[in-house]
Design a protein around this ligand. Structure first.
Ligand SMILES: NC(=O)C1=CN([C@@H]2O[C@H](COP(=O)(O)OP(=O)(O)OC[C@H]3O[C@@H](n4cnc5c(N)ncnc54)[C@H](OP(=O)(O)O)[C@@H]3O)[C@@H](O)[C@H]2O)C=CC1
Ligand SMILES: O=C(O)[C@@H]1CCC=N1
Length: 272
């Protein structure tokens, strides 16, 4: 699905909007003149304009008027206020894509005056370098074309899959919040290398390249992680000693608890 003629607007120009704008501009999905962002923070707008040459607007109504496809990229607690500001100019010809954690399409549909197609997406920040992971769920007024347009946007900045909406809170707990878990692990591995005597920059490079390599190998080979882990592990060797320390510390359980806690939090946000 091509979105070449469409104008794309971001309500909110924060961290996730910037990751998407950067990825979209880099992949040349749309010319900069067809991408806009609105935000009350002038410094954010100036930064986005300077870095990506996109159209910046102080006023959310101007943004909605400018755009065919609107990405709702504000914190969940601001959504009611913003949609009440613009609902009368949101016509069914426009497409609303929400990336707000926890908020259901039915909830957003209720906040609008007209039967506007709403698609909910949970992306993640590596979209900034074209390595994002997004899951997409369509609301009741969104047809296949709306879903295809949404997939085209998020596939331009990484991988994107369609899922049933009741799974999106789990996606939020896994890949939405996941980059932060990975950074925590990378920071700890880098600290560990430094603790054992490596220079900081070398320890960080070794950690990050190892994470990229292991993840890439999992995707490219399609093998189960346990099989690939087994191939690294020499009986009585170094890896077995390292893995034992990780199991003893409960790393596996800690990661399961992290995804559970984030999923529960996403569900709480939808129950407001
Ligand atoms: N960050 C992430 O990794 C991910 C975030 N998300 C979702 O994306 C959404 C945005 O998150 P994130 O980018 O991290 O948040 P940010 O706080 O970085 O960005 C939100 C932006 O919206 C601005 N804003 C506040 N009020 C208004 C308003 N009335 N009109 C227009 N803009 C406004 C904020 O300005 P100010 O700072 O001045 O208030 C800020 O610049 C959230 O709903 C989050 O759940 C989804 C996936 C991943
Ligand atoms: O922390 C959050 O609530 C958002 C949603 C997923 C990533 N960041």
């Amino acid at each position: 699905m091509k979105i070449t003629g469409s104008k794309l607007g971001f309500l909110g120009g924060g961290a996730m909007a910037e990751a998407l704008i950067a990825g979209i501009v880099k992949q040349e999905l749309l010319p900069c003149s067809q991408i806009a962002a609105s935000d009350p923070n002038q410094a954010r707008l100036s930064c986005l304009q300077k870095k990506y040459s996109v159209v910046v607007l102080k006023d959310n109504r101007e943004l909605v008027n400018f755009s065919d496809i609107i990405i709702l990229a504000v914190k969940p607690f601001v959504v009611d206020k913003i949609l009440s500001e613009v609902k009368d100019i949101f016509k069914p010809g426009k497409l609303l894509i929400s990336i707000a954690a926890g908020l259901k399409t039915a909830y957003l549909e209720e906040l609008l005056d007209a039967p506007v197609p709403v698609v909910r997406v949970m992306p993640n920040t590596p979209a900034l370098i074209g390595s994002g992971m997004s899951a997409v769920a369509a609301g009741k007024y969104a047809d296949e074309i709306a879903s295809e347009k949404t997939l085209a946007i998020f596939k331009a900045v990484g991988k994107a899959v369609m899922l049933a909406e009741n799974l999106l809170d789990i996606v939020t707990g896994l890949s939405g919040s996941g980059p932060a878990y990975m950074y925590l692990i990378l920071e700890a591995l880098s600290d560990a290398g430094v603790r054992m005597g490596l220079p900081r920059d070398t320890a960080t490079l070794l950690s990050a390249q190892t994470m990229i390599g292991a993840a890439g190998m999992l995707i490219e080979t399609g093998e189960h992680a346990a099989v690939l882990k087994e191939r690294v592990t020499t009986p009585g060797g170094t890896t077995a000693a390292g893995l034992f320390a990780l199991e003893e510390a409960g790393v596996r359980t800690a990661l399961m608890k992290a995804v559970e806690a984030a999923t529960v939090r996403s569900r709480e946000l939808s129950g407001r």
